[in-house]
Design a protein around this ligand. Structure first.
Ligand code: PLP
Length: 427
């Protein structure tokens, strides 16, 4: 059965995640034990011990959905649908809403299921590419909403766009913000432009918000899609900002109850309902989410500064565009074009795992780093020692050489640094 192409990234992690000593590319934040979670609420231990292990409601235990609804302005319990992780929610939503021939715009690069499931369902998947742009003297990854009409092939403004030959208006727009793998975060204006474009066609806007709450500047947090747009669907999960991937609890939030009704029909054919103990524990986590996410933002902020200093110190090795949110970033090798060869040698010799950009069907010189884990400084130090010891052939002085050095990057490619101003580097 070849319905889906293999999920490249998940296959890569399946091979290395539990054997590599240091994961320098994990996307989830630091986890913590059940004991610590239970300590966040009184009587929680008895609540867990007395829990009956029957089925729960398909859409999630009402108490959990109530706690999740309270995370959004203007939404109620009926607007929330709990799933076994974000991944099940993505599958169920696409199965419920998409048909062959539908046009689906998906940001690129992306977490593979966001584009692969629509493709497998026979949709016309239109990749919308993030680019590095110079903005206010700094560089950032960005999507340009002005590209959307041409991307989907709208006829010129002179014609009636809806009736152009062969033109199929978008049924769904899929964004991931903050973004995996670049850490990009649209500005408020860009986000509103996407909402306006979706509204023009009545398209559903799915925003994968699993890295929300991990903005570098919390003031830049975007409204959730379900708050900002009547056809908006927000996807969230406790895996990333809360570091609780083992609970496998995610959710869809939307005011489009008809969509959630159709999702319910799909869920009857896979998990039926979520795990009762996980739902109970997830309720505690959601009620304490701001506190948990704030702790992980703190870890991420410290690690981000270390990583940024690392890349600035070693421009011959790699450089990056600072992530604006999430717990991951997407640097580019300046010492060769094959991040996979580097990753394989690095994990074998130093036990440190990086994720090659090729697993996103992207330029093979890029790779993903993760900075949400508490042991990231140790992993980074090991990478540094490996480079210093000549682990990667051709690098002089562990990559500290500049443009003039062997294999060095043009100095202009180096990161502008946290808070520093960049030169006039183009897109
Ligand atoms: C953007 C994005 N969406 C969804 C998921 C799936 O999340 P989960 O594994 O918690 O189901 C991931 C996991 O890495 C992700 O990065």
């Amino acid at each position: 059965m070849n319905f889906f192409k293999p999920f490249a990234l998940e296959r890569f992690f399946a091979e290395h995640e539990f054997s590599a000593r240091y994961l320098l590319c994990s996307s989830d934040c630091e986890s913590f034990p059940v004991r610590e979670l239970l300590a966040m609420e009184r009587d929680s231990i008895d609540g867990l011990l007395d829990l009956r292990l029957g089925y729960t409601e398909t859409r999630g235990a009402p108490e959990l959905r109530m706690a999740i609804a309270a995370q959004y302005g203007g939404l109620g319990v009926s607007d929330i649908f709990v799933h076994a992780g974000a991944e099940e929610a993505i599958l169920n939503l696409f199965l419920a809403e998409l048909s062959p021939g539908d046009t689906v715009i998906v940001n690129f690069p992306c977490y593979q299921s966001l584009a692969e499931i629509p493709r497998a369902l026979g949709c016309r998947v239109v990749p919308w590419e993030l680019r590095r742009i110079a903005d206010g003297g700094k560089e950032r990854w960005a999507l340009d909403p002005d590209e959307l009409p041409a991307l989907v092939g709208e006829p010129s403004p002179a014609g009636d766009p809806a009736s152009g030959p062969g033109f199929v208006p978008p049924k769904m727009i899929v964004l991931n913000a903050p973004h995996n793998p670049t850490g990009a975060l649209p500005t408020r204006e860009e986000f509103e432009a996407v909402v306006a474009y979706a509204r023009r066609w009545g398209a559903v806007l799915l925003v994968d918000e699993v890295y929300r709450r991990l903005e570098r500047d919390p003031a830049r947090r975007l409204p959730a899609a379900c708050e900002a747009y009547e056809n908006g669907v927000s996807l969230d999960v406790l895996s990333k900002h809360a570091g609780l991937a083992g609970l496998r609890i995610g959710w869809l939030a939307s005011r489009r109850r008809d969509i959630l009704d159709r999702v319910a029909q799909v869920k009857d054919y896979n998990s039926i309902c979520s795990s009762a103990p996980s739902e109970l524990l997830a309720g505690i986590a959601v009620r304490n989410l701001e506190r948990i996410a704030a702790r992980n933002r703190g870890i991420a902020a410290k690690n981000l500064a270390l990583l940024d200093a690392f890349f600035r110190e070693r421009p011959g090795f790699a450089s990056w565009t600072l992530p604006e949110g999430s717990s991951i970033g997407f640097p580019r090798l300046n010492c060769g074009a094959d991040a996979e060869a580097l990753a394989v040698k690095l994990v074998r010799e130093a036990g440190v795992l990086l994720l090659p950009g090729a697993y996103y069907a992207y330029d093979a010189a890029f790779f993903r780093v993760g900075y949400g884990r508490a042991n990231m400084p140790e992993a980074l130090a090991r990478l540094g020692r490996w480079l210093d010891d000549g682990g990667w052939p051709g690098l002089i002085d562990g990559g500290r050489e500049t443009a003039a050095g062997a294999g060095g990057a043009p100095a202009a490619n180096a990161s502008p640094g946290l808070g520093a101003e960049a030169g006039s580097r183009g897109a």
